[in-house]
Design a protein around this ligand. Structure first.
Ligand code: C2E
Ligand code: CA
Ligand code: CA
Ligand code: CA
Length: 274
């Protein structure tokens, strides 16, 4: 038993070592990622259910590092801890505006913002400068934020959100329903859109109250004058259920996975032709 205990210990030690090395490699790699042109954006359409056409696309960051694509869940936390998310976030916004400039005017682009970007002093002027530089219409821009941002709620965050909104930018609450205080945040800030977290869509497959909760969120959105988007729609049944319950938009693998800018342009072209 003693020998076994020791080998288990060595096993965990080795695992920990590998994880630390990987973390350091990511951090070092991320520092030069923009300059080396290793970042690119994938775009995932949000389908408007009333007009039955693409209303928006969410820009999702991808990183080609040492021959493979690293998922944002692995490197965004590192970018946040090191502050690298500030220049990277600016790159994402600029790139998203440049790409979306060529889309039909009714198609908006959604960009994710990290709480760390809000803490860095001049997010508002950065956004304003990128809009001016790219000539992108602010009413076609949506910024997605999660509760983690509002957790550290203070007047400065609220003021920044209001100023961004006064430019015509829409603010979306991402992953709605996963945090502890989703409802109270709706009261403290007038979001334009609620994105229902995809865990509720997964919940539809098993008995439980997911549908009741989804219906309640859609109703809440309607009475507060906010658009609702169902995330993680993977089946035609889920799509029809969202349509039947008056959800405004769906996003998910059933309609389309995130695709390259070129493929998204093709998707727009075929959708317009039909
Ligand atoms: P998110 O903002 O909730 O983005 C949606 C994620 O769900 C994407 O993962 C997308 O590929 C995935 N997804 C979409 N439809 C489906 C579906 O039907 N089923 C399933 N299982 N998944 C689906 P991705 O691209 O790996 O991004 C993960 C997270 O990384 C994002 O979650 C967001 O929080 C963060 N992220 C991505 N790009 C950026 C960025 O530019 N800036 C910041 N700050 N965060 C980003
Ligand atoms: Ca998002
Ligand atoms: Ca989300
Ligand atoms: Ca998420």
């Amino acid at each position: 038993a003693k020998a076994e205990g020791r080998s288990t210990y060595h096993f965990f030690e080795a695992e920990l070592d590998a994880a630390l090395r990987r973390r350091r490699a990511i951090e070092a790699g991320l520092r030069g990622a923009i300059e080396r042109n290793e970042l690119h954006l994938a775009f995932q359409p949000l389908l408007g259910l009333e007009a039955d056409r693409i209303a928006c696309a969410e820009a999702l960051l991808r990183w080609e590092f040492e021959g493979r694509t690293i998922a944002p869940d692995e490197f965004i936390p590192v970018a946040e801890e090191t502050g690298l998310i500030v220049p990277i976030g600016a790159w994402v916004l600029r790139q998203a505006c440049l790409v979306a400039r060529d889309w039909p005017k009714h198609v908006r682009v959604a960009v994710n913002l990290s709480a760390v970007q809000f803490r860095s002093a001049n997010l508002f002027s950065q956004v304003e400068a990128i809009l001016a530089e790219t000539g992108f219409d602010p009413t076609r821009l949506e910024l997605e934020i999660t509760e983690s941002l509002l957790l550290a709620q203070n007047d400065q965050v609220l003021r920044t959100l209001h100023r961004l909104r006064s430019l015509g930018i829409r603010i979306s609450m991402d992953d709605f329903g996963t945090g502890y205080s989703s409802l109270s945040y709706l009261r403290s800030f007038p979001f334009d859109k609620i994105k229902i977290d995809r865990s509720f869509m997964r919940g539809l497959a098993t008995p439980g109250d997911s549908l009741a909760i989804i219906k309640a969120i859609i109703g809440l959105g309607k009475s507060l004058g906010m658009t609702t988007t169902a995330e993680g729609v993977e089946t035609p049944e889920q799509l029809e259920l969202m349509r039947a319950n008056g959800c405004d938009e769906i996003q998910g693998f059933y309609f389309s996975k995130p695709v390259s800018a070129a493929d998204f342009a093709l998707l727009l072209a075929t959708a317009d032709a039909s």
